[in-house]
Design a protein. Sequence first.
Length: 376
Amino acid sequence: MESLEVLRDKLDKIDDQIAKLYEQRMKVCSEVGEYKVKAGRKVFDRQREKEKLTDVASKVSGDFNKKGIQELYQQLMSMSRKLQYRQLVEAGALGRLPFIRIDDLDKKNARVVFQGTEGAYGQAAMHQFFGEDVNSFHVRTFREAMESIEEGAADYAVLPIENSTAGPVIEMYDLLDEFENYIVAETILPVVHTLSGLPGAELSDIKRVYSKAEALMQTTRFLDDHPDWQRISVVNTAIAAKKVLEDDDMSQAAVCSAYAAKVYGLSVLEDKINDDSDNSTRFIVVTNQKVFLKDASKISIRFELPHQSGSLYGILSHFIYNDLNMTKIESRPIKGRPWEYCFFVDFDGNLEEPAVKNAIRGLREESKNLKILGNY
């Protein structure tokens, strides 16, 4: 048997040949790209690539090699497409996305809607972003908030999209998919729960605790120290505070924010009762206009993929190739199509950056129903 050094030397010589052939291949791909640009041809030809994979597999022996050469050629063809997408973008294709860059949001004259009632975390997030004097109103559901901006009753909606401990707000992803509304900003609100009751109440008086189900779960350790307390779920934490005030019962308390306690005139019986001291909620600012701020640095998109092996892997390569940092991915079932899914992805970037344009060009060609949800 030949020594390891001799075998490695053989591999190095083969790799030198492969590198030269790769460069030759990409040169021809560039010429193909130039032709497609001039002729207005699509870059991605799914049927052609399928036939190519079948052809190369027929030229090698053994199942391992057949699978291996198909994976190799999938990568080669993926790199060829990325080169050609870049040529298309440089030629002006996708040079202008249907989003208009703006310098600032008109916070002073904006009318804003939030979900919940007075004292809700949504109201606190709205005040954090737009200021205390904002012209605002509230609605009962997330859907009503999305309808308000779609219909023009409000310029912006401030809505929760993700909690650091409870995870994504699934309904919001479905609504972003359904409505032609777009994310233009975000704000992160620390979530600090208190146990609040009527003025003069003591912990020893409490028998029933009201709050949103998630808030009760986020304060389990504190509540478990009081096993005789009945825990009752309501729509949100502000509703819980409002109920305690209206019922005027010393035995009742609410798990709510200090902000809600102040709004409804309650006393904080115990502060900072979260299980996780770093709990926070990310709120998005949504509008019905396709606009983005000049210094926007995050993009949210939604797309569908063929239900086949490797499709997600291939799509994610567009972020890697263009050096774009993907920060989040979520999947959701597609309504009316059992066991098929769409994907929501957040990644760093601005719509005016060449790397972003290149990636979006590839994503648009290789996925289905791509929707840019916002740049913020």
